[in-house]
Design a protein around this ligand. Structure first.
Ligand code: ATP
Length: 362
């Protein structure tokens, strides 16, 4: 196997006619990283992956792999390999010939390419099926063939476009674990496109959250969860309430905001008085039914209760905030069960309310 390479994306844009799909993004992915490009449909993640692969021209900027500028290199000379969403296996070829295909294109003789294909099939625990055709395999096995086929060229970087999207939920979780194991054992750089927050959190060393052709945040999963950089990230990851208001007071490392027609809330961070800002409050850190500190809670009316097994999700509104979510442990909820329409006192700690950057709702 080759060694891993770092990827340096420097001021890269993708323009299709009059659509700018990717706006001058810059990102460094260290060698050997499992990187997930995450974002809603149309945010530009597939265009970014395809530009790294060389399947799409780069409208502006440069992409480097290690020390090599690959911007104008053809796909086969980049040191990357791509695994496609649909696997794109040849139905009339057996697994050996499917896996050996790219070596055949390179003119490698039959004996050598079959030996290498068998080695790849062994790595994927598919050796017993070497003479089968793709239709005679399960979805998970077909995916492993596609992986073997991508890895046969000893890439420094493996690019994966929604590799788990065609699998049923159980297989998805199993294959997710296998992908992680494979990346760890090969040690090469993986760039994996997904629209699933859960998948990115489970797999990535580095999550890159994209929105409308731009990078909102690039950070390890735990940082994304604990310190979302922007309101978009906080909402997209779904573990935070986002409250919009204007700064009315500043303290040592904290700000207090006023919500139009509603309450005042304090959060850690710094901003200028009068600035429109967003703050995030962790949904799992909200307590109910206790007296609290002003600015770190409010009295809300329960609009929905969802039982989720180990937790209970409450939806509330009040103090100018709509659709506020509180995730309580099952025991905390059932110690004091509240019903739709009841008024509930909510509160949290300053550490669980943070000021967000990026464009504020105003
Ligand atoms: N070949 C193309 N020609 C014109 N516009 C395109 C082309 N490919 C993509 N786009 C547009 O560029 C934007 C980004 O597309 P892209 O496929 O990169 O997003 P994505 O985040 O991968 O979305 P999805 O998750 O739906 O695949 C979209 O607005 C899309 O319509």
């Amino acid at each position: 196997m080759s060694k891993a390479a770092a990827i340096d994306i420097a001021g890269v844009s993708k323009i299709y006619g009059n659509t700018t799909a990717v706006h001058e993004i810059s990102l460094k992915i260290p060698a050997g990283t499992y990187c997930c490009l995450l974002g809603p449909s149309g945010c530009g993640k597939t265009s970014t992956l395809r530009m790294i692969a060389g399947h799409e021209t780069i409208s502006a900027g440069d992409i480097l792999l290690g020390n090599t500028n690959i911007t104008d290199l053809p796909p086969a000379r980049r040191g990357t390999a791509m695994m496609f969403q649909s696997y794109a296996l040849f139905p009339h070829l057996d697994l050996i010939d499917n896996v050996a295909f790219s070596l055949k294109m390179k003119g490698v003789d039959k004996q050598a390419r079959h030996a290498k294909a068998l080695e790849m099939l062994r790595l994927m625990q598919l050796e017993p099926y070497a003479n089968r055709r793709p239709a005679q395999l399960s979805g998970g096995q077909q995916q492993r063939v596609a992986l073997a086929r991508a890895l046969i060229t000893d890439p420094e970087v493996l690019l994966l476009d929604e590799p788990l999207s065609a699998l049923d939920p159980f297989l998805k979780i199993r294959m997710r674990a296998e992908l992680k194991k494979l990346q760890t054992s090969l040690g090469i750089t993986f760039v994996h496109v997904t629209h699933s927050q859960e998948e990115a959190m489970a797999l990535a060393d580095l999550i890159v959250i994209m929105n409308d052709g731009r990078i909102e945040q690039a950070a390890p999963p735990r940082t994304v969860f604990q310190r979302p950089a922007t309101a978009f990230v906080a909402r997209f990851m779904g573990d935070h309430n986002v409250i919009s208001g204007r700064v009315t007071a500043v303290g040592e490392g904290s700000v207090t905001i006023s919500v139009a027609g509603g309450g005042d809330f304090t959060a850690s961070g710094q901003a200028e008085i009068g600035a429109p800002v967003d703050i995030a409050v962790r949904t799992d850190r909200v307590r109910i039914g206790e007296g609290g500190v002003p600015g770190l809670g409010f009295t809300g009316s329960v609009t929905n209760v969802e039982y989720r097994g180990s937790t209970v999700k409450l939806m509330l509104s009040g103090a100018g905030v709509e659709d506020f979510t509180a995730i309580l442990s099952e025991s905390a909820y059932f110690a004091n069960p509240v019903k739709v329409g009841e008024a509930v006192v909510l509160n949290w700690d300053l550490a669980d309310a943070i000021l967000l950057g990026g464009p504020a709702a105003g």
